[in-house]
Ligand binder design. Structure first.
Ligand code: BG6
Length: 294
């Protein structure tokens, strides 16, 4: 189902028979909404999000490609998040045949203009699937169709919706090394045994496990992120001061969001001519009691 979203931008709505849904804007190939079968929104979208190119939409799941953050000469987080993607009517086969109808295949190819800023030819295919239990899956496949190597960094910049950031705990990143963006990307090792939040955080955890849990105590909800092909995980919350400095971020919005981003940052991905890379993110949201017996 394709329809008009904010400011007349095209969006695709995915609906799963049991009631969960997702919305994907062709602008940015950007998931802006993911609801469970009770209709509850699971992704954060800024109260001041600007749905107007060239600004990337603040919230949901922006795609950072071909550069994560300021790790290169391109604009922050690359340009895929502020380009118009197309529906891929003829996606190459996936290894597992899916009978699931709640999916959409998108494709992004660089324009002449893009080739001037970043002279590389590639095809970026993105499949977004809503699973039978309401899980949200994103699979990116990037193929180098140039005669020279293609190097990039990447992130699914997932903004999770939480009831109160002070009541949130992240599991799966304890004792890992991280680069701290607030301290000139210096390398540290996480000391505490649980990751909680009381001030601005902007860290790139390196070589993490494939499964990370975000526990929202107040909502009694646990998000489980599973990732594949994406060794790193970025954790970001701008907190009060930085939130106020961002035009598209509500002053109090920082209390209700946490970005946990499946990423490939430290080790640049390089594809030989003709080679393809695959990076996958699977998100599920379950009642905390279900998981921990509390
Ligand atoms: C995070 C970065 O992934 O994205 C932060 O680690 C950055 O440094 C944040 O501030 C938001 O970036 P942007 O470009 O969407 O404002």
């Amino acid at each position: 189902e394709i329809c008009k979203g904010v400011n007349g931008l095209d969006k695709v709505v995915l609906r799963e028979v049991r009631g969960s849904s997702a919305e994907v804007y062709l602008y940015g190939g950007h998931v802006t909404s993911w609801r469970n079968d009770h209709g509850e929104e699971l992704l954060f979208l800024s109260t001041k999000a600007i749905f107007k190119p060239p600004k990337a939409i603040r919230g949901g799941i922006p795609i950072c490609f071909p550069q994560f953050g300021s790790h290169g000469n391109l604009d922050q987080h690359g340009f895929a998040r502020n380009r118009f993607w197309s529906i891929d009517t003829n996606p190459p086969p996936f290894p597992t045949v899916s009978t699931n109808k709640a999916l959409i295949d998108l494709i992004f190819k660089p324009s002449e203009e893009d080739l001037k800023t970043w002279p590389h030819s590639y095809e970026f295919r993105l499949r977004i699937t809503l699973g039978p239990g309401g899980d949200l899956m994103l699979t990116s496949r990037i193929r180098n169709i140039d005669a020279k190597p293609l190097s990039f960094t990447f992130a699914y910049h997932t903004y999770l919706s939480v009831s109160d950031i002070s009541e949130v705990r992240v599991e799966g990143l304890e004792t890992l090394d991280f680069l701290d963006n607030l301290k000139a990307k210096e390398r540290f090792t996480e000391q505490g045994d649980a990751i909680t939040f009381e001030s601005e955080v902007d860290k790139i955890y390196l070589a993490t496990p494939t499964k990370i849990a975000v526990i929202d105590h107040e909502k009694k909800r646990t998000f489980v992120l599973r990732k594949d092909g994406l060794p790193d995980a970025v954790v970001w919350n701008p907190w009060e001061k930085k939130a106020k400095s961002m035009a598209d971020f509500g002053d109090d919005d920082y209390k209700h969001m946490l970005c946990v981003e499946a990423a490939a940052v430290e080790k640049v991905i390089t594809l030989k001519p003709g080679e393809e890379w695959k990076g996958r993110l699977e998100l599920s949201a379950v009642p905390s009691s279900y998981r921990s017996g509390q």
